[in-house]
Design a protein around this ligand. Structure first.
Ligand code: PHE
Ligand code: ZN
Length: 861
């Protein structure tokens, strides 16, 4: 048993069922900041109004604030300050509260509230950071009009930004200081408040909305970064246009600002008209950013922009409803990215991410519903379940209702809840009302955790095929028994002889067990099921290698083709792990056919010929044996590399460009080329390191350069050290690229990776204080299955050390590193013991944050 006395004293659990409307509202707020990195003064004037018939005092959240003054209607007032809450008796039904507090941005290492990053001051308020700036009812259902004044040194902070529109500015009486005032006409929850003060320059552009209004756009960065903002700007304009065309949503202010900061806990934040971004999702040029980075930027810029409607105009009533804005907005950004590039490849990427991040979460001790029921620390619920499974729920609604009814539901949702803070239930009800469909059973997708398992079996007798379908939703923490959910399955039958499609339909599996009868077949059929990944479920079929190989070459749904290939590879690898060997030929032949198929998009081929990751293979074993999985996968890679060597060489030679371009075709070519190089290296081709080094040296873009580096980093050719050193020298002053240098080594498949990572943690460029750097080394290492699960347990001890050290600075980011340790049940006894020991050591550490406490203690349960 962990030492309970050392844990945060009985951490408070917040429950969804305890939700009550706010007792006091704050329709208006005036803020006045006297900015200084060491000590910023914040004066606030809140107009408060009693909400309903009650006698309760006004309740203001206040965390880490040095309180200087509190007044009611101009008079000093008695207040109670306990557990980060200020209570004030307000005798009337309304009043004016004035507070003055001091805060210290410079020492704010949590990166929540007002903090310093690269010399500028910026804010992060979601979920509960506003209480670290000023006393306020810090909950999303209190909507307020903001007027913000700030003053500061003109030399340090020439640019002063906040939400809404600039209304006034000027010089102060005091020498060297200036001020600005901003006003946001849209009432908003305090988690959307933002302020930025810094020495910044802008890439400026504009967008004319469909009703003819001109919106001034600005992306603010440090001067030297300006040339790297073009892609973000192009993405923003494309997103604005797309939201008008696809959702009928127009931007609603005259100005839209984005600021890039280097120290940021997440990807980006949708503050009203002042989005603040992790610089990795803004800055890109061909020399420093990969195609994946470019895609990430387009997706995240769109995501934050789309929040203006799905999140800001209509917001969340409480944090249990987080997926209301996040699941919906992820679905929207996924659809946008699909429309901008290859729909098939985008779907494959999204499903790969869901399976890598969400399925394990749903299968482990931290499993929770898309709409959780309780939390200790809400920051721990910004998860793949809330975001990515949440997006799959919206996608299923889109599939079940069809695009027209889905759009009508969205229109109704926005029209009826504009300016409100609402629930997931409100969203489903709007879909129901607009479509006339009954979604009662669908609501289970919000309340039941766990990835459903679907068994699908095709039984054919002559012309009649019966498809037998069964579903089971596994038990998860706190949820033993589950009800069947409506699972939309796109399925088709293909003739095994002719390849003709005999049936293609959407079947909603809503019972535990159902049977679908399809008549009129003229040949033996092969079943294609969960096409386009129409439901976020695990499908089990009895299809053998021949059927899977057939589908991988013939299915007319590209996702289903990819999936058939993955299944074939997975079946082969599982067999190799359990038996020590397996027949490689079916995989090799299927890959050969795909590689040689000139009709296919190279970007698709690249995805299809990739073997499932070691972690994904582990997820499909009863107990994970990391070494056996590594060996089996490397053996299959080598066999593919050797047997198809001439095809890989062809692919490598063909997909070469004269000059860098960023477009779907060029991206696909680059990806396939580096994957081909990886197979040549796996084959042990003597010239592979030299080819990689040549690619590295000749590259005119980061995708090719990092691709070559990654291939070299997995091997032990002399070119390896040369390339790593060259990369470091070239980019030592670019933090975002240096992150790649760390993560490439942390992801290496070499046996000495645990030792290399320990050494890198002592490298002068490593720091726990920057979340990107921490994730680039420690986060990357923890998903490198073979290295992290080194039998010695040193990987677990290293991760625990890092979590404990990071927790002292930044609990939110430290807590994100815990889940890999929580997977101990999936490993053999020796490893499980070592993993538990690491978790127990964490839980027993005095002074632990509630963030890490929640993740680590739940992981032990
Ligand atoms: N709301 C942000 C998003 O767009 C994520 C975020 C959460 C950012 C918390 C910072 C802090 O998904
Ligand atoms: Zn979001």
């Amino acid at each position: 048993m962990p030492d309970v006395a050392a844990s945060p004293a009985a951490p408070h659990v917040t429950r969804r069922e305890d939700y009550r409307p706010p007792e006091w509202l704050v329709p208006d707020l005036a803020l006045d900041f006297t900015l200084d990195a060491a000590r910023t003064l914040v004066r606030a004037r809140l107009e408060v109004v009693r909400n309903g018939d009650h006698k309760a005092p006004l309740r203001l959240d206040a965390s880490g604030l040095h309180i200087l003054d509190v007044r009611l209607d101009g008079e000093t007032v008695n207040y109670w300050f306990e557990n980060d809450v200020i209570r004030i008796n307000v005798p009337g039904d309304s009043g004016t509260i004035e507070t003055e507090v001091a805060i210290a941005p410079k020492t704010n290492t949590q990166l929540m509230g007002l903090y310093e990053s690269g010399g500028m001051l910026c804010t992060q308020c979601e979920a509960e950071g506003f209480r670290r700036i000023t006393p306020f009812p810090d909950r999303p259902d209190v909507l307020t009009r903001y007027r913000v004044r700030m003053s500061g040194h003109k030399a340090a902070y020439p640019i002063l930004l906040s939400n809404g529109n600039p209304v006034a500015s000027g010089e102060d009486g005091k020498a060297g200081t200036h001020w600005a005032e901003w006003e946001d006409p849209f009432p908003k929850p305090c988690y959307l408040f933002a302020l930025v003060a810094g020495d910044l320059v802008a890439n400026r552009d504009n967008f004319v909305t469909r009703s003819g209004r001109t919106v001034d756009l600005a992306i603010w960065v440090r001067e030297g970064d300006l040339p790297r903002t073009e892609h973000a700007m192009a993405s923003l304009k494309a997103a604005m246009k797309w939201d008008e065309q696809v959702y009928g949503r127009e931007y609603d202010l005259a100005m839209f600002n984005i600021v890039a900061v280097d120290d940021f806990n997440f990807g980006a934040m949708e503050n009203k008209s002042l989005n603040i971004f992790n610089s990795r999702y803004i800055l890109a040029d061909p020399d420093t950013a990969t195609d994946m980075d470019y895609d990430g930027i387009a997706g995240v810029v769109a995501h934050e922009y789309f929040h203006n409607w799905s999140g800001n105009r209509v917001t969340c009533r409480d944090w249990f409803q987080l997926s209301l804005k996040e699941g919906f907005t992820v679905f929207r950004d996924q659809s946008f990215s699909a429309d901008m590039g290859s729909e098939a490849v985008k779907r494959i990427e999204d499903v790969r991410l869901l399976r890598a991040a969400q399925f394990p979460e749903d299968a482990g001790p931290l499993a929770h519903p898309v709409r959780p029921d309780s939390y200790i620390e809400i920051s721990n619920f910004y998860t793949a379940t809330v975001y990515n499974k949440g997006a799959e729920l919206i996608r299923m609604l889109h599939t079940i209702l069809g695009p027209e009814k889905f759009r009508a539901g969205c229109d109704l949702y926005f029209a009826s809840h504009d300016g409100e803070a609402v629930t997931c239930e409100d969203f489903v009800r709007a879909m129901e009302e607009a479509s006339g469909e009954d979604l009662a059973q669908f609501r289970l997708w919000y309340s039941q955790a766990g990835t459903p398992k679907v068994k699908a079996q095709l039984v054919q007798e002559g012309a009649v095929a019966r498809v037998l379908l069964e579903q089971e939703v596994p038990p998860t923490p706190g949820q033993k028994a589950k009800q069947p959910m409506p699972i939309p399955l796109k399925l088709a039958l293909f003739g095994a002889r002719t390849g003709a499609k005999h049936d293609d339909r959407l079947f909603i599996l809503d019972g535990a067990k159902e049977e679908l009868v399809i008549d009129g077949l003229t040949e033996p059929a092969v079943l294609s099921v969960n096409r386009d990944f129409s439901a976020p479920v695990i499908v089990e079929t009895d299809r053998g290698a021949a059927d899977l190989a057939f589908l991988s070459g013939r299915d007319d749904d590209p996702f289903a083709r990819y999936e058939a290939m993955q299944q074939l590879m997975l079946d082969t690898l599982k067999q190799a792990v359990s038996n020590g060997e397996a027949a490689h030929e079916p995989v090799i032949e299927a890959v050969r056919e795909t590689l040689a198929n000139q009709a296919l998009d190279p970007a698709f081929i690249a995805e299809a010929v990739l073997l499932p990751s070691e972690a994904f293979i582990g997820d499909h074993m009863k107990l994970v044996d990391p070494e056996a999985i590594h060996r089996a996968r490397e053996a299959l890679r080598a066999a593919l590399g050797t047997t198809l060597e001439s095809l890989w060489r062809d692919a490598y030679a063909t997909h070469v460009a004269n000059r860098y371009e960023y477009n779907p075709a060029a991206k696909g070519a680059r990806r396939l080329r580096t994957i081909a190089l990886g197979y040549l290296a796996a084959a042990g081709a003597a010239d592979a390191p030299a080819i990689a080094k040549r690619q590295y040296d000749a590259a005119d873009n980061m995708t090719d350069r990092q691709g070559a580096l990654g291939v070299l980093a997995n091997g032990d050719a002399p070119e390896r050290e040369a390339a790593l050193a060259a990369f470091y020298d070239r980019y030592r002053n670019n933090g975002l690229v240096l992150d790649k240098w760390f993560s490439t080594q942390a992801l290496s498949t070499r046996a000495d990776t645990p030792a290399a990572v320990e050494a890198l943690a002592r490298h002068p460029d490593f720091t726990l204080a920057n979340p990107n750097r921490l994730r680039s080394l420690v986060g990357a290492f923890s998903v490198n299955q073979r290295a992290f699960h080194d039998a010695s347990g040193r990987g677990y001890a290293f991760l625990a050390d890092m979590i404990l050290a990071a927790d002292k600075l930044n609990p939110q980011t430290a807590a994100k590193l815990v889940p890999p340790l929580g997977r101990w049940r999936r490993f053999g006894e020796d490893r499980a013991k070592l993993m538990r020991a690491a978790l127990e050591r964490i839980v027993a550490t005095p002074g632990l944050s509630k963030d890490v406490y929640e993740q680590a203690s739940k992981s032990l349960a």
